[in-house]
Design a protein around this ligand. Structure first.
Ligand code: ARG
Length: 244
């Protein structure tokens, strides 16, 4: 066992080398989460995509985004379908058991979204007896499940992607959606039929996910993120997508 433990750092030393040799950084993302990652025609764009681009640039390689359903994204990372996950993914203790996270790169939290003409849902407790939509495998789903008994949510419906949940909300098939604040704000700004209500009721931070054995890559990504903040590049990308 001791000699195996000694080998561990050696085995983990090669991820950066491997990516450089391949000439491409493969990033897994559920590209249906504006403004972090979404399709503009056939091109993935967004805040996360720009951050991914900077990481690839710093590594001296090209970027390839691999569109992956969020629910299976950790399993896909572990199965080596790509090198890292950048997908507005919240750092959680549960996920940390399976993968490593970079230093936090974005502050977020959950908010309630309803139709603009709705007057009776203003906070979590108003979800009593209501049908609530979430994205499968997200912290939004987790939050809704926790609230279910607490406030008496009638039913939780989990969707593959968040635009599908917003669509059903618009069509009146849901009473509310629980989802990340920045994405909900962006969506409701572009769609006057929906609005955010109440205050964000969780505090979350996004991180870039890396396989546990790729310690050298994790260290490199943290260096690159720190540098992006230092040089002002991070702020520039932030302004581009959030306007402040
Ligand atoms: N931040 C939430 C989570 O980690 C939602 C992320 C969903 N991301 C996406 N690209 N659809 O669970």
């Amino acid at each position: 066992l001791f000699s195996l433990l000694m080998l561990y750092p050696v085995l983990g030393a090669g991820a950066v080398e491997r990516i450089k040799k391949a000439g491409v950084l493969k990033v897994g993302s559920d590209v249906a989460y504006a403004p972090f990652e979404f399709m503009e025609g056939d091109k993935p764009v967004g805040f996360d995509i720009d951050i991914a681009q900077e990481i690839a640039k710093a590594l001296g390689v090209k970027l390839q985004i691999i569109n992956t359903s969020f629910d299976g994204i950790i399993a896909a990372l572990k199965a080596k379908k790509f090198d890292i996950i950048i997908s507005a993914m919240t750092i959680t203790e549960e996920r940390k058991k399976e993968i490593d996270f970079s230093i936090p790169y974005y502050d977020s939290g959950q908010i309630i979204v309803v139709r603009s003409d709705n007057k009776d849902i203003n906070s979590e407790k108003d979800l009593k007896g209501k049908i609530v939509g979430v994205q499968l495998g997200t912290t939004g789903e987790l939050t809704a499940k926790k609230l279910k008994d607490q406030v008496g949510i009638k039913e939780i419906r989990s969707y593959e992607t968040i635009p599908e949940a917003f669509m059903d909300l618009e069509l009146g098939r849901l009473d509310a959606v629980i989802n990340d604040l920045p994405v909900s704000l962006y969506y409701s700004k572009n769609n006057p039929k929906l609005k955010c209500v109440g205050k964000p009721f969780t505090i979350e931070q996004y991180g870039i996910a890396v396989r546990k054995e790729d310690k050298d890559l994790l260290k490199k990504i943290n260096e690159i993120l720190t540098n992006l903040k230092k040089t002002g590049k991070y702020n520039q990308i932030y302004k581009k997508w959030f306007g402040v």
